[in-house]
Design a protein around this ligand. Structure first.
Ligand SMILES: Cc1cc2nc3c(=O)[nH]c(=O)nc-3n(C[C@H](O)[C@H](O)[C@H](O)COP(=O)(O)OP(=O)(O)OC[C@H]3O[C@@H](n4cnc5c(N)ncnc54)[C@H](O)[C@@H]3O)c2cc1C
Length: 425
């Protein structure tokens, strides 16, 4: 089979306590995972003078398997942290104000964020996620009580008297230990912390997978997020910050090998069938090495915490890619957790009821949005992939109340948290 880049979970190589531990560090909060969720939480805690250590398994933040869309709700929170002006000044970005369907060449308007009231960011911001995280961690590094350890692959939890008291990670030269009042697992959809704590993700069947790649974009082409349907194909395209189209080519689960076996030329042709204007550039897709494969996984945890341990972000709830809301929900979890945990952390007294409050505040909203994503997937994505040219959008899809509801939910969720006034800059 030709080579496609596919995200694989990190593996645990050692289960017994290592003989040699090179150093032991004491901190208040140890956050595992330098994704958007972990980076935002670390920054807010660091600003409040809390000793926080952020552990990231990879040596850099550069990776294929990252989304790069931040919706209005996420931008509002970054703004409340006093970050957006400098962020947008320093990092190239683009915006998309609407989602439109293009079915057999006909354009059908859907979500219009530009109609949203009460926000400074009525659009999605498309920005390199790795640069966003570099920016957030650079901000946090201004505080001496913040530590970032890259190449720190957490493989063990330290458990004493029924509580999690920190982690052991494999890093430079061998094993290291971080002891903490609170450990936060923000280590993404394949979370090791979740596994090590024996917490099981309740997975729901996700009948789709996606190929993820880029093609050049002409400056004269319209901006926005376009869902392109036809001939049993389902493609999502949006303009990136560096002059390309980001393309999600959705397939039914199980079709992966068949499509790969048909070869890259067959993939190129099928793209042109749905997006004829890409005929002048599909040749840029020369090999499967330029294509990432994302096996879609959806699920959620029943319990987000144990004594001394909290899981947030993708580690607690893996969302469908529909709407690109994973980063927003991770940032919202981080803000909600910080609002609740800052005072207990300052006093070294994080109780179970604090952790339960984080879950209570966030879990129902996430379930609601996951259910909405399933509904939209059943109504459109799956039908479009199965029914080819006979596919029609449901009649209510174009009605303003439905469109406006989806616009608001994608941008903000149901009851978005706000950074508490005393924690703003
Ligand atoms: C291809 C793709 C496209 C996407 N597009 C979008 C989009 O456009 N918009 C959007 O909002 N969302 C998108 N998403 C989802 C989004 O990327 C996630 O929801 C979001 O990144 C979750 O953030 P997180 O911080 O919770 O987890 P992650 O971003 O997954 O970060 C977890 C971090 O933990 C680290 N880690 C894992 N295990 C360990 C360990 N044992 N020790 C130490 N560190 C560890 C990982 O290296 C990683 O850096 C996309 C996802 C994919 C895969």
């Amino acid at each position: 089979m030709p080579e496609v880049r596919e995200e694989t979970p990190l593996t645990i190589t050692e289960t017994s306590t290592p003989n040699v531990i090179l150093d032991v560090q004491q901190t208040s909060c140890c956050i595992v995972g330098g994704g958007p969720t972990g980076a935002v939480l670390a920054l807010i805690l660091a600003r409040q003078g809390i000793h926080v250590t952020l552990l990231e398994a990879h040596k850099t933040f550069e990776r294929d398997f990252r989304g790069d869309v931040v919706h209005g709700g996420g931008m509002e929170l970054l703004d409340q942290l006093g970050l957006t002006e400098r962020l947008l000044d320093q990092i190239p970005h683009s915006t998309a104000k609407a989602i439109q369907y293009i079915i057999d060449g006909q354009t059908i308007p859907f979500v219009e964020w530009s109609h949203l009231k009460g926000t400074q960011y009525p659009y999605m911001t498309i920005i390199s996620q790795s640069r966003l995280i570099q920016f957030l961690t650079a901000e946090a590094k201004r505080y001496p009580n913040f530590q970032l350890r890259m190449g720190a692959n957490v493989q063990q939890l330290i458990e004493e008297d029924g509580s999690i008291r920190g982690v052991r990670y494999r890093g430079q030269g061998g094993w290291h230990e971080v002891r903490s009042h609170l450990t936060v697992g923000a280590d993404g959809r394949f979370s090791q912390v979740r596994k090590l704590a024996g917490m099981e993700l309740i997975e729901t069947a996700a009948p789709l997978d996606v190929f993820w790649f880029r093609l050049p974009r002409h400056a004269s082409e319209p901006e926005g997020l376009f869902v392109r349907l036809g001939n049993k194909r389902f493609l999502v395209t949006y303009n990136t910050y560096d002059g390309n189209w980001q393309i999600g080519y959705y397939i039914l689960k199980g079709q992966y090998r068949e499509i790969q076996a048909a070869g890259i030329e067959a993939l190129r042709q099928s793209i042109v069938e749905v997006v004829p204007e890409f005929g002048d550039r599909v040749q840029h897709l020369e090999s499967w090495k330029q294509v990432s494969f994302l096996s879609i996984k959806v699920g959620r945890l029943d319990h987000w915490y144990r004594p001394g341990l909290l899981l947030i972000g993708d580690a607690a709830h893996v969302m469908l890619p529909m709407g690109g809301i994973g980063i927003n929900y991770g940032i919202q979890d981080a803000v909600a957790a910080a609002n609740i945990l800052i005072e207990p952390l300052k006093h070294g007294k994080v109780e179970l009821n604090h952790l339960a409050r984080v879950q209570r505040q966030r879990q129902w909203q996430i379930q609601l949005i996951q259910n909405l994503q399933y509904f939209m997937q059943r109504q459109v994505s799956i039908k479009a992939l199965q029914s080819g040219y006979t596919f029609k959008l449901p009649i209510y899809w174009g009605l303003p109340p439905w469109r406006d509801l989806i616009a608001r939910l994608l941008a903000f969720g149901v009851l978005p948290p706000h950074v508490k006034a005393e924690y703003r800059l």
